[in-house]
Ligand binder design. Structure first.
Ligand code: HEM
Length: 392
């Protein structure tokens, strides 16, 4: 039954030159890194199929982290949990991160953006990446977690260093191990302070209360807190930069947002589709699994190429065009299935508020091309620099 599959390297430097969707030979390919899934339909099926397990632990092991506290954290983490345990760990936190919390944060978010933007020179090109999109998500995390705002640079750095595992660069292993050690110590001190000072209505207080009510063990409390901190800022930073870069360079769309800010959420979804920060979501086949007529042997690496699925012409008409009015517009940028991104409501609101701020205060803003570099690594879009002339 197994057919000969086309070759495909999902982490090759020029991978984003692939236009998106299935290859001529089909939606599944094989290469030195394992299998790659390229179509929207098959990608969705893999991400929703619990027989494909998260590859995050294996990635750590591949980079030499095979035991010790960092390995323990990952092996017990939300990403690796399945079935009833995953539901028990995820459901309360997902409820906490639901629309009520996200809408409550919106007011604080506006204030944080206002404060960060107050430092910008409205009459000269500004370092948008350094001053806004790199600083905002960590400030928001501090607000959400009930941490002091002064901790934000540390939070941003911890998120960036821990998730640098996804760069697939073995020379970063010592950096990653140090970052997790620092992160564990930081959260231990923060949780101890909260316990001593009394709980509030923030996310860490919520997790501590869950622990006090016997719904989480002490290890689970720290594990969830760690997962939220590592995920808190680096992806939102790059995705926010990609949003601003795309929208400001598309003047026709930008003008429509200036005239009708209610279109901003749909515009953000379209950027998430075209320029997804998480280019590849990796899985491992837990058993032999038949996929599109091919038997994937147990233990195989299966890489879901998000950027390709998001530009699949079989799912999105004129996939490379920016279309505000798409009917089935949701991409796979926040994944799908039981492990879909738990912070996506928050991340969407952060991006909405940044765009809304620019639209209201700086409708003539433009990207300064020679101070801007958008890159890609292993299928992931990233912002190296983003300079904006606010043209107040
Ligand atoms: C634009 C920004 C973001 C993007 C593109 C993004 C993307 C993703 C993706 C693709 C996954 C699935 C990973 C996998 O299955 O291997 C995920 C999971 C997750 N994300 Fe996000 N994320 C973003 C922001 C956030 C934020 C702000 C938080 C929290 C404050 C967060 C918390 C999480 C958590 C806890 C999970 C694990 C969920 C589970 O396994 O049940 N993310 N995210």
């Amino acid at each position: 039954m197994t057919t000969t599959l086309p070759r495909f390297e999902p982490f090759s430097p020029d991978v984003l030159t692939h236009p998106g969707g299935a290859l001529a030979e089909g939606p599944l390919a094989l290469g030195s890194a394992g299998y790659t899934v390229l179509s929207f339909e098959l990608a969705t099926a893999v991400l929703r199929d619990k027989r494909f397990q998260n590859a995050a632990l294996k990635l750590m092991e591949d980079f030499g982290i095979t035991d010790g506290p960092v390995h323990d954290f990952r092996s017990h983490s939300l990403l690796m949990a399945d079935g009833p345990r995953h539901l028990r760990l995820r459901t309360p936190l997902a409820r906490f991160m639901g629309p009520a919390t996200v809408e409550n944060i919106r007011g604080a978010l506006r204030e944080i953006i206002q404060n960060l933007a107050a430092g910008l020179d409205p009459f000269a090109p500004v370092d948008f990446h350094g001053d806004i999109d790199r600083r905002l998500p960590a400030r928001v995390y501090c607000y959400l977690a009930g941490a002091p705002a002064e901790d934000a640079p540390k939070v941003a750095s911890l998120s960036e260093r821990t998730l640098s595992l996804l760069n697939r660069d073995p020379s970063l292993t010592p950096v990653i191990l140090d970052a997790y050690e620092e992160l564990f110590a930081y959260l231990e001190a923060l949780v101890a302070r909260k316990r001593a000072q009394g709980l509030g209505d923030d996310m860490l207080s919520f997790l501590i209360a869950q622990r006090d009510a016997g719904k989480l063990s002490e290890d689970e409390l720290f594990n969830e807190a760690t997962a939220m901190l590592e995920a808190s800022s680096v992806n939102t930073t790059h995705q926010t930069g990609l949003v601003v870069w795309t929208l400001l360079r598309n003047r026709e769309i930008w003008q429509r947002l200036v005239e009708d800010p209610a279109l901003i959420p749909a515009a953000i979804v379209e950027v998430l589709r075209l320029y997804p920060r998480p280019g590849v979501i990796s899985r491992i086949a837990a058993e032999d699994i038949e996929l599109n007529g091919t038997v994937i042997p147990a233990g195989s690496d299966v890489h879901v190429a998000v950027w390709s699925a998001n530009r699949d012409p079989a799912r999105f008409e004129n996939p490379t065009e920016f279309v505000l009015e798409r009917e089935h517009n949701q991409p796979l940028t926040f994944s799908t299935g039981s492990h879909n991104c738990l912070g996506q409501g928050l991340a969407r609101v952060e991006m909405e508020e940044v765009v809304s701020y620019l639209v209201r205060h700086f409708p003539n803003a433009v990207v300064v091309e020679d101070g801007t570099e958008i890159g890609q690594a292993g299928g992931r879009w990233l912002v190296k620099s983003l300079t904006v002339d606010l043209k107040a």
